[in-house]
Ligand binder design. Structure first.
Ligand SMILES: Cc1ncc(COP(=O)(O)O)c(C=O)c1O
Length: 135
């Protein structure tokens, strides 16, 4: 899955230099377990400059499904789900601010309903350092 404001910051899709394709997740977790890694969680980053809440609820659904599949197929109980960053920051007058509290509560609700995971992580980079609008 990928969002973002330009090809150079696309973080998903075929040929992306980031992460691993979803279909390789279970073999990767099994291999890491076989190698003796102490596996704690799962992480995704949809991309910077996405708009609205939907990319985050989508990624929460996907990571919840993967978390359950990892438990069932690889025998690993994950402790956290990390939905990454990419919260939209308005740079232009017509762009709207993301309702981060609504996003966080929807994401948490999905993860709580669908998994046993107790910790949800978010990595808001630019959102936390945005300057006041000057237009
Ligand atoms: C893995 C990861 N998390 C979080 C961020 C922060 O993104 P943003 O500043 O758009 O919130 C980035 C940005 O590249 C990232 O690669």
């Amino acid at each position: 899955m990928a969002s973002g404001h330009g090809a150079k910051v696309m973080t998903g899709g075929k040929g992306s230099k980031f992460g691993i394709p979803i279909k390789r997740t279970i073999p990767a977790y099994k291999r890491a377990k076989d190698l003796g890694f102490d596996i704690k969680g799962i992480h995704a980053h949809t991309g910077s400059g996405g708009e609205g809440i939907e990319p985050f609820t989508d990624v929460a659904e996907i990571l919840s499904d993967l978390t359950n599949e990892i438990r069932d197929k690889a025998g690993i109980d994950l402790e956290f789900i990390d939905i990454g960053g990419g919260v939209g920051v308005p740079y232009r007058l017509q762009e709207e601010e993301t309702d981060v509290e609504e996003m966080a509560s929807l994401v948490t609700e999905i993860i709580q309903e669908e998994t046993d995971v107790k910790t949800v992580v978010i990595e808001p980079g630019r959102y936390t350092s945005q300057t006041p609008r000057f237009y």
